[in-house]
Design a protein around this ligand. Structure first.
Ligand code: GLA
Length: 749
């Protein structure tokens, strides 16, 4: 395990439990290239051949070699150059004072260290406290003409098949240089007849999966919206021919960043593939004064030889153990009820307390006051930035509300949107230059709001002072941090002309600093990130909040697809999911209450409805669901996730499973979206399970979410063999009607 440098061969071998990554230094000029990424290797003999370079190639020894361009354009480099002959995607591009753009980085030295240095100002993976479970290789390379130093970081984890990469650039020249592009990683490899799996979407339709062939040319996912992005996701997987859920080779890429990103796969004339991952270069330009450094965010790579499930397990494990820091990470979260779909802006303290009183009786543990409690915020046209309680609306303020809610045995949470400013706000009237804008140009509004220039320290401090005051004024246990518009009209009143290109990234650094301050001042706070639903679901945000609101679309059927895409990369413990009323406010669809419960139980769980308006029967079901949450959440949060059937693909039913790490307990979630009437005589369905012990006996019990569960865990179930369940299947009856759910609990006897 770990990282080895083979001096004679000049090869770095990076090992995770099941994978190996090889880098080789070759020739006198310091070229270093990518040799291998795949299944774990026990030795490196013969690995050199994979670089497909002839050691005597003059280009490796002589800068004036006859065919240097040819060489550069096919060498499988670890970090691609710009402007000197490699015409595939570059990893770095600069602008010098003289106006030149070229960069070529060659090997200078390296270090291998135990642990993993934090990335200044950025979220990043880390080793677990008290465990030496991560090792880092730092390759220092230089461009001798520019006097530019690049340190390439590679960290491997002892318990997870993931490699974290990032890059730090230092200007060692005596004059300033502009970085126009700095990718966090580059991977050149052979084409394995790859297909690309990526995610796309929109508001209400986040992270829909899409699979297509990688043809010649470039295919990318990206955003230039400054972060808020439902449309594309900073994830891409390359699936070798024949790979599926359980078999075949899969390379997964994810970016630990919440701003503009680019993940691009390119298939070139040689049938080689280059993947680059990093900050989107559009409108990015970072000035580096002599001696200054730029830290690029971290990208994650995973390799699986056993299909998508194993890729998912690597991401989940990495994020559960090495990126989420919250004290709530390994705990059940309080079951919350959120006021948004219950009341939108139309509430006062009486209405909220009525909801809280009724909720407390049903096992709900926290009231979240969503948008509308501050300033003059009677609708979505005003008051963002005025972070003080509207006491006309909430008599006695949040203090009174929190005290009353606490008396019921519940906690209180609030919503806020700290990165925004409404043109109609006291804040804007006092500081119009605090909005991001270009002089002489009216910034485009979205939801009638502007974006605050949180690249400025005085702006961040002012907002955080206000917010901290609110949070100190009452017993507030939870914050939903929202962000409801993309960035546009990029201009900062505080940055000089040649630093305006830093604004996108400085904005994100500002956001990270603000969230860090919040957590430093309120270490017990449960933070949930959100962005018009699930527009900011990324590992960067998970570093700050253990859960993220997954979508404003709470329709249980649509959520199957949204949660499938999300759970491909992110653990169920991070997926904000609530039960809401029907007809659903987004889709108008009516689904059974227990189906809504089953779908939300596969996430953080909570409610988004006015509980005072429910029927007695529905309230009874809430009691049952909240009891089940307490019984099942440990397994949902900690279990390994398996995708068994996909409604996104088959159009009729959805099925997934979680298994405790010791394989003794499991839950199977099944939703029959449509009764498949084309098989009228087939009365039952068989779903092959995964993750169990082949030789063990399991008691399989169907949980009835409409009735209280009074039996103990194994009573009333059938004892079935693990091998039968995995190789034959779990057999159960079709249900009459659409949108029906089943939930099975399995426990080894
Ligand atoms: C966003 C969120 C919603 C809600 C509203 C409030 O759209 O995703 O859940 O908080 O803002 O304005």
């Amino acid at each position: 395990m770990g990282i080895t440098f083979y001096e004679k061969e000049r090869i770095f071998k990076l090992d995770t439990p099941n994978t190996t990554y090889l880098i080789g230094i070759v020739g006198k000029l310091g070229f270093f290239g990518h040799i291998y990424y795949g299944k774990k290797l026990n030795g490196i003999e013969g690995a050199w051949e994979l670089l497909r370079v002839d050691e005597d190639d003059p280009s490796l020894w002589d800068e004036e070699a006859k065919y240097r361009v040819l060489f550069l354009n096919r060498f499988p480099t670890e970090y691609s150059s710009h402007g000197v002959g490699d015409y595939r995607e570059s990893s770095i591009r600069v602008r010098t004072k003289q106006g030149h753009n070229a960069v070529l980085l060659t090997y200078h030295s390296h270090r291998i260290i135990e642990g993993k240095p934090p990335l200044e100002g950025l979220p990043a993976t880390f080793g677990q406290e008290g465990k030496s479970d991560v090792t880092t290789l730092i390759i220092t390379c230089v461009d001798k003409v520019l006097n530019l130093k690049a340190e390439l970081y590679y960290s491997v984890f002892a318990d997870t098949d993931a490699i974290a990469r990032s890059v730090r650039i230092t200007n060692e020249n005596s004059e300033a240089i502009y970085l126009e592009k700095v990718m966090s990683g580059c991977l050149d490899m052979e084409n394995k007849d790859f297909e690309i799996l990526s995610m796309h979407g929109s508001w209400f339709r986040e992270r829909y999966l899409e699979r297509k062939k990688l043809g010649h040319g470039k295919y990318s996912v990206s955003t230039t919206r400054g972060g808020n992005c439902h449309q594309e996701h900073p994830f891409m997987a390359l699936l070798a021919q024949g790979a599926n859920q359980t078999m075949g080779e899969v390379y997964g890429f994810n970016f630990v960043y919440s701003g503009n990103f680019l993940i691009q796969a390119e298939l070139d004339q040689m049938d080689s593939v280059r993947v680059v991952v990093g900050i989107h270069p559009e409108d990015f330009c970072w000035k580096l004064e002599p001696g200054e450094a730029f830290q690029a965010p971290e990208m994650i790579m995973t390799y699986s030889s056993q299909g998508l499930d194993a890729m998912t397990h690597s991401f989940h494990k990495l994020y559960k153990k090495h990126i989420i820091r919250s004290p709530y990470r390994d705990k059940k979260r309080p079951i919350l009820i959120n006021s948004w779909e219950a009341a939108y802006f139309d509430y006062d303290e009486k209405k909220l307390l009525d909801i809280a009183r009724e909720s407390a009786k049903l096992g709900i543990e926290m009231l979240v006051v969503d948008d509308g409690w501050f300033g003059n915020r009677y609708d979505d046209n005003r008051a963002l930035g005025d972070w003080y309680v509207n006491e006309e609306k909430l008599k006695g303020g949040l203090k009174y509300l929190a005290d009353e809610v606490n008396k019921l045995g519940m906690k209180l949470g609030i919503w806020m949107e700290p990165e925004m400013i409404s043109p109609d706000s006291d804040l804007y009237r006092a500081h119009p230059d605090w909005a991001i804008a270009i002089p002489g140009r009216k910034p485009s509004r979205h939801r009638n709001q502007y974006v605050l220039d949180i690249s400025r320290k005085e702006v961040r401090d002012h907002i955080m002072d206000m917010i901290c005051k609110v949070l100190s004024s009452a017993n507030i246990s939870y914050v939903k941090w929202d962000m409801n518009r993309p960035l546009s009209d990029l201009g900062s009143a505080a940055l000089p002309p040649d630093r305006q290109g830093e604004l996108y990234h400085r904005f994100i650094l500002g956001l990270y600093e603000m969230q860090q301050r919040l957590l430093d001042e309120f270490p017990d706070l449960l933070l949930e990130n959100c962005s018009s639903g699930g527009g900011r679901f990324d590992p960067g945000m998970l570093y700050f909040s253990p859960q993220i609101w997954c979508s404003d679309n709470t329709d249980a059927i649509d959520r199957l697809i949204i949660q499938e895409g999300t759970a491909l990369v992110y653990p169920l413990s991070a997926i904000g999911a609530h039960v809401s009323v029907c007809p659903n406010h987004v889709t108008g669809r009516t689904t059974p209450f227990d189906t809504r419960g089953v779908v939300a139980l596969a996430g953080t769980f909570g409610y988004e409805l006015d509980v005072t308006k429910l029927t007695e029967e529905e309230k009874e079901q809430i009691k049952i669901q909240t009891a089940y949450y307490h019984k099942l959440n440990d397994l949902v949060r900690e279990g390994d996730y398996y995708r068994l059937a996909s409604y996104w693909q088959n159009g009729t039913h959805d099925c997934f499973q979680v298994c405790s790490p010791d394989r003794r307990k499991s839950l199977v979630f099944y939703v029959q979206v449509k009764n498949p009437v084309s098989f009228p005589y087939q009365l039952s369905r068989q779903i092959r399970l995964r993750g169990l012990n082949e030789d063990a006996l399991y008691v399989v019990k169907e949980l009835d979410l409409t009735k209280e569960d009074e039996s103990d865990d194994q009573q009333g179930g059938k004892a079935l063999n693990g091998g039968v369940l995995m190789n034959g299947g779990l057999n159960f009856d079709w249900m009459w009607g659409d949108f029906q759910a089943k939930l099975f609990y399995l426990e080894q006897v």
